[in-house]
Ligand binder design. Structure first.
Ligand code: NDP
Ligand code: DXP
Ligand code: MN
Length: 386
């Protein structure tokens, strides 16, 4: 029995992960679960899965939750330190890192420092602190298995050759809800329009990232660190159907791809059972009816976030932490109606250019810069009244 800790169990990744646990309860059990503030949903999950531990990251809820709603016997703890303690708990085999944003870094690191296998959905962990995270994994002999659909696809395709035989990695991008919109039209898109992803059902932050294609930028950086690739070995291709989840081209010209209908339960399950494969619960690819798989080059003018991804992947150092923090705040401001859609990549570029670059930052330096970038992005004046 694999005992897992599901960090962010109330989110899109978390609930998909619990579907996998439910379907394979003979092989996987949830020893612990965490949420930020949706404690009632967490309480319901505790009644269904009877974990030993639950953690509510929002410390301020300590005295206001109704403890009687939780499964009797389940220990309830509060705050980010408690999330990190759960991630490092001796009885946990695999940590599913499904918290959104840089808030997921601390617990991903705690798990790796404790020698755990980390099923990594929280791409921000690598975007913010890639080299430090990989060094922690190396030092503690811990395994980092990608959950992000593209990186899971690359991870699977890489098993067809040797690292030195890789010519390039091709990340697919759905293109988001605005794939075919003109630049003029993009000026007027609303949060509701941006939250309507054509192929994936995900949390709000990544859904907006997908619409700006900042998600792909973050994924370029994630791939750069995870697979130790130079930025010029990473390409992006727009694939609106989200069936080919990414590809690896080897030096002989062979391209290996991983295909499946868009459903995160597959890469989550694979990360939990790797190196084994077991019966899946996500829909199968139906090849009995005709369908098209399309591929287009990305449009860097309409989606300038993409260029930021390549630049940051190339420069490394403090750039990932700054880009990520600026983007988190910019997305929140866009959702609040306080920034236009096109101002998201604009403010990110400006904050990135204004920061004091360091090539080999410590975790403390990254934390300080993260705070600085958030403050600057909050203060940044929107040019349009929205
Ligand atoms: N959704 C998807 O299909 C995919 C997601 N990812 C990545 O996975 C991660 C999670 O995404 P997703 O599931 O969509 O996000 P959601 O917004 O759906 O869920 C986020 C989860 O994190 C918790 N959380 C939020 N803020 C904090 C915090 N400060 N401290 C601790 N916990 C917190 C939330 O708790 P609460 O509910 O209480 O707010 C919730 O459980 C992201 O990094 C995303 O990029 C990658 C590939 C696909
Ligand atoms: C499911 C997943 O992995 C997301 O990161 C997804 O890829 C987002 O879609 P985009 O390709 O539109 O960014
Ligand atoms: Mn992805």
């Amino acid at each position: 029995m694999k005992r897992i800790a599901v960090l962010g169990s109330t989110g899109s990744i978390g609930t998909s992960c619990l579907d996998v646990v439910e379907a394979h309860s003979d092989q996987v059990s949830a020893l612990g679960m965490t949420a930020h503030s949706r404690w009632e949903q967490l309480a319901e999950q505790s009644r269904q899965f009877a974990p030993q531990f639950v953690v509510i990251a929002d410390e301020s809820l300590r005295n206001s939750i109704d403890r009687s709603q939780f499964q009797p016997g389940t220990e309830i703890d509060f705050g980010p330190e408690a999330v990190a303690r759960l991630a490092a708990h001796p009885d946990v085999d695999v940590v599913v890192s499904g918290i959104v944003g840089a808030a997921g870094l601390k617990s991903s690191l705690a798990a790796l420092e404790a020698g755990k296998t980390v099923a990594l959905a929280n791409k921000e962990t690598l975007v913010v602190a890639g080299p430090l995270v990989l060094e922690a994994a190396r030092r503690n002999n811990s395994q980092l298995i990608p959950v992000d659909s593209e990186h899971s696809a690359v991870f699977q395709a890489l098993q067809c050759g040797k690292d030195r035989e890789v010519r390039r990695v091709i990340l697919t991008a759905s293109g988001g809800p605005f794939r075919t919109r003109s630049a003029e039209d993009l000026a007027n898109v609303t949060p509701a329009m941006a939250l309507d992803h054509p192929t994936w059902d995900m949390g709000p932050k990544i859904t907006i990232d997908s619409a700006t294609m900042m998600n792909k930028a973050l994924e370029i950086i994630e791939a750069r660190w995870l697979f130790d690739l130079d930025a010029d070995k990473i390409d992006v291709v727009v694939h609106p159907q989200s069936i080919v989840h990414s590809m690896v081209e080897f030096v002989d010209g062979s391209v290996m791809a991983q295909l499946s209908p868009p459903d995160m339960r597959l890469p989550i399950q694979y990360a939990l059972t790797y190196p084994e494969r077991i019966d899946g619960i996500s829909p199968q690819l139906d090849l009995t009816t005709a369908f098209n798989l399309e591929f287009f080059p990305p449009d860097y003018d309409r989606f300038p976030a993409l260029k930021l991804g390549f630049e940051v992947a190339q420069r490394g150092g403090t750039c990932g932490a700054v880009l990520n923090a600026a983007n988190e705040v910019a997305v929140a401001r866009f959702l609040d109606g306080d920034l236009t859609f096109q101002e998201i990549p604009q403010v990110c570029r400006e904050i990135l250019s204004a920061h004091h670059f360091s090539p080999t930052p410590t975790l403390d330096e990254l934390t300080r810069l993260d705070r600085w970038a958030r403050e600057e992005t909050k203060r940044w004046k929107s040019c349009s009244s929205v």
